[in-house]
Design a protein around this ligand. Structure first.
Ligand code: GLP
Length: 261
C-alpha cells in the first residue's frame, strides 16, 4: 500500500478532496464511500471549497454510508445519516436521492444489512472509499477480531469506542448505542480505491500496526494490505511511529505527478 505523509490535517483533507475531484472528472457519477468521525471533516470542507471555486463537479456524484448506529431514528442529530447529510450532502449541494445507507431502525437488522450489500453491488460498487481509523485499528465499526472476510452486519461496540464517541452525545456514554451496522471488512475491500486518513498522535500506534504490522484481525485496518489500491494518508503525528517513514516520504516525493494517489 502507499503511505503519504502530509504536514497536517488540512493538507490531508486537500489531498484526498483533490483525489475525489479527479475521480469525478473521469467518472462524474462515481460512488464515493464516506466515513464519519472528526478525521474526514477537512476532506469534506476542502471538497466543498473546490466545488465553490469551480475546480470540482460533484453534481452527479453518489454517496454511500459506511456504518450506522442501530436504533437511532434517521432524524436523530447523531445518526450517521444525519451527520453525513450535514457534513457532506448539504455542503456539496446534494440531496438524499444521491445517498445510500443501511437502515439502522429496521426490525430485521440482518435483512437490512444484506440488502445494503446488495444495493452497493447493484450501484456498481464503491469507487473510492474514505476511511478513518479507531485508536484500536477499527475501520467502519469493525472492531478488533472482526472477520477479515466479513460482510455488512450488526456489531457490538467496545467500551473504548463508546467512550471515544460519547463526545458526540453530550459526553454521556449512556446515550451511545451498543449496537451498530457496519460494512464488513470484505465489503470495504471491494471498493476500487481505499483511502484511509489518520491524523493526530492518538492514531500513531494504529497506523504503525496497519502499515507495518502483520495482516491480522486484531488490527482490522491491516486488511488494507490485501487491497491492490490502498492509500494511507497520515499527518506527521499519526505517522510518527512508522519505521519506514523516510522511505514513504522519498517514494511519494519522487512519484510521477500524473499518477495521483
Ligand atoms: C467511528 C467511526 C469510524 C471512524 C472512527 C474514528 O468509530 N465509525 O468510521 O473512523 O470513529 O473517528 P475519529 O476520526 O473521530 O477519530
Amino acid at each position: 500500500m502507499e503511505v503519504v505523509i502530509v504536514p497536517d490535517a488540512e493538507a490531508g483533507g486537500e489531498l484526498v478532496a483533490t483525489a475525489m475531484a479527479q475521480l469525478l472528472g473521469r467518472k462524474p457519477a462515481a460512488l464515493l464511500g464516506v466515513a464519519t468521525g472528526s478525521t474526514p471533516l477537512p476532506v469534506y470542507r476542502a471538497l466543498a471549497a473546490q466545488v465553490a471555486a469551480g475546480r470540482a463537479d460533484v453534481s452527479r456524484a453518489r454517496i454511500a454510508q459506511l456504518d450506522e448506529y442501530v436504533g437511532l431514528p434517521p432524524e436523530h442529530p447523531e445518526s450517521y445519516r444525519s451527520v453525513l447529510a450535514r457534513e457532506v450532502l448539504e455542503p456539496l449541494g446534494l440531496g438524499l436521492e444521491a445517498f445510500m445507507g443501511p437502515d439502522g431502525t429496521a426490525t430485521d437488522v440482518q435483512a437490512a444489512c444484506e440488502a445494503y450489500d446488495r444495493a452497493l453491488a447493484a450501484a456498481g460498487g464503491v469507487d473510492l472509499q474514505l476511511l478513518g481509523i479507531g485508536t484500536d485499528g477499527h475501520i467502519g465499526f469493525n472492531e478488533p477480531c472482526s472477520s477479515l472476510a466479513s460482510r455488512t452486519r450488526i456489531k457490538t461496540l467496545t467500551e473504548q469506542t463508546r467512550i471515544d464517541n460519547a463526545r458526540f452525545f453530550d459526553g454521556d456514554i449512556s446515550q451511545v448505542p451498543h449496537h451498530v451496522i457496519t460494512q464488513g471488512i470484505g465489503t470495504i475491500l471491494e471498493a476500487r480505491h481505499l483511502v484511509l486518513l489518520a491524523t493526530g498522535e492518538g492514531k500513531a500506534d494504529a497506523v504503525a500496526a496497519t502499515v507495518e504490522g502483520p495482516v491480522a484481525a486484531i488490527c482490522p485496518a491491516s486488511a488494507l494490505q490485501l487491497h491492490p489500491h490502498a492509500t494511507i494518508v497520515a499527518d506527521e503525528a499519526a505517522a510518527s511511529k512508522l519505521k519506514l517513514a523516510d522511505y514513504f516520504r522519498h517514494t511519494y516525493a519522487n512519484k510521477p505527478e500524473w499518477q495521483g494517489i
